[in-house]
Design a protein around this ligand. Structure first.
Ligand SMILES: NC(=O)c1ccc[n+]([C@@H]2O[C@H](COP(=O)([O-])OP(=O)(O)OC[C@H]3O[C@@H](n4cnc5c(N)ncnc54)[C@H](OP(=O)(O)O)[C@@H]3O)[C@@H](O)[C@H]2O)c1
Length: 412
């Protein structure tokens, strides 16, 4: 059955989890049931799905539900054949995600997820890229806070640069100016799993630090070095910066986008991310604090016993995460500095109106799934990044539907 003849446009697999439930809430509020988008929820337990429908309220009563378990490949094949697109929120992806990607690739089903697990993304690309090109499946990882604001933010900035200067910026620096939100059990489990894999396997450790590890094999070089690991002064913004925990994922996705779009940002393009901690001595002290805090987390996460102690005693468990009030109070403000030949020429501000990890992420991936199902896109089957597959379409959808605002300024 071809992709266009399927029963559904979108299936949310993992709808019973913390983030999956928010994606279902978002699709319900934005698209209702079967009206504008034919969508369904899926998970491994029909009881949990039925109880989710009750929680979603009376408007969800006709919402179709399907069961599929990551340990049952046949159930995943059947799921993939029912829909144009699967949004997967079943993670850690390295543990539960591989069979679904294989099923989507085999059946020409488009797919997007919230994976931030670079080592797993690399494995999926290497294993299935040729088959996805043949079957027509568009596979897009990293469709949450990591890495859509970074990837689409750079895409937006470069369009603006082309419009104003007739060429792209050869250097972009993303700075997290402010953000408020918490982490869920699933995200903690995914981060801990990546650290565990990195410790056990030197090749995984290399993939996690190589700035170009997500780029195609013959295009894994450029002028970027490893992500920032210490406090540094940003002379363009005249403020101190500290390492940003998501940089290790986002920067690799943005660099892959550049390659997949035939070096639209240039062969010499450089991209880095960091947290902005402010000017002067205060900013410097805060940058030192953030750096030490992050190093502490990395060290704790690399010691087996300490990692499981923290997970069991202090950190949220799978299925847990920030409350509705915390998500509504959350937000993020990112600044992108665009430079040409060392000169700061453009500043883009990007704001998200909910907490990054869940409130905003659930809207962003919901829109990505609908976009893959319904929009005219410039790419055929293969493993794409959000910007390479959906750049223009998401630049329309995210500000209109998902609470993202892009504003550009001339530098002061
Ligand atoms: N990139 C981003 O910005 C971002 C943001 C948020 C989350 N994430 C990622 O999204 C993933 C989910 O996070 P979360 O907090 O929502 O996790 P969660 O609450 O633990 O949910 C995990 C989901 O996976 C399902 N599941 C577990 N094992 C399964 C199996 N064998 N077969 C089928 N389904 C199975 C669970 O089903 P049950 O309900 O039946 O247990 C649940 O629906 C994590 O990998 C996290 O890192 C990324």
């Amino acid at each position: 059955m071809t992709n266009s003849q399927r029963d559904f446009d979108v299936i949310v697999w993992g709808a019973t989890g913390f983030t999956g439930k928010l994606v279902a809430e978002y699709l319900l509020s934005r698209y209702e049931v079967g009206e504008k988008v034919r969508w369904a929820i899926a998970g491994r337990s029909s009881e949990k799905l039925a109880s989710l429908k009750i929680k979603l309220g009376s408007s969800a009563q006709s919402l179709p539900m399907l069961t599929a378990d990551s340990h049952d490949p046949q159930s995943l094949q059947e799921l993939a054949l029912k829909t144009k697109v699967i949004i997967s929120t079943v993670g850690p992806y390295a543990q539960y995600g591989s069979e679904l990607v294989a099923a989507c690739v085999e059946n020409g089903t488009h797919y997007c997820d919230l994976a931030g697990e670079v080592q797993w993304m690399r494995k999926m690309i290497d294993r299935h890229e040729d088959a996805a090109k043949t079957s027509g499946a568009r596979i897009v990882h990293a469709c949450g806070f990591d890495s859509i604001p970074s990837d689409i933010g750079v895409y937006y900035l470069q369009q603006e640069s082309m419009r104003r200067f007739g060429k792209p910026c050869d250097e972009v620096r993303m700075r997290v100016k402010a953000m408020k939100g918490g982490a869920s059990g699933g995200t903690i489990a995914s981060m801990m799993n990546a650290m565990e894999e990195g410790q056990a396997d030197r090749e995984v450790a290399r993939i996690l630090v190589d700035p170009y590890s997500l780029c195609p094999k013959d295009k894994r070089n450029g002028r970027d070095q490893r992500d920032q690991t210490k406090p540094l002064l940003d002379t363009d913004l005249n403020a101190w910066t500290a390492p940003f925990v998501m940089a290790g994922i986002n920067t690799k996705v943005v660099r892959r986008s550049n390659v997949l779009m035939d070096f639209r940002y240039g062969k010499d393009f450089s991209y880095q991310e960091a947290m902005l901690t402010g000017p002067g001595m205060g900013g410097r002290l805060k940058a030192i604090q953030v750096t030490i805090g992050l190093a502490g987390i990395m060290i704790a996460g690399s010691i087996d016993k300490l990692r499981s102690f923290l997970q069991q005693r202090f950190l949220p468990k799978p299925g847990e995460g920030p409350s509705r009030e915390e998500r509504a109070r959350g937000f993020y403000n990112l600044i992108m500095v665009g430079k040409i030949e060392g000169k700061h020429v453009l500043t883009v501000k990007l704001r998200g109106d909910r907490d990054p990890g869940y409130g905003s992420t659930s809207k962003i991936i919901g829109e990505s799934g609908v976009c893959l199902a319904l929009d005219e896109l410039p790419v055929a089957g293969g493993f794409w990044t959000p910007a390479a597959a959906m750049g223009d379409a998401l630049l329309k959808r995210l500000p209109t539907n998902a609470g993202l605002t892009f504003t550009n300024f001339d530098p002061r």
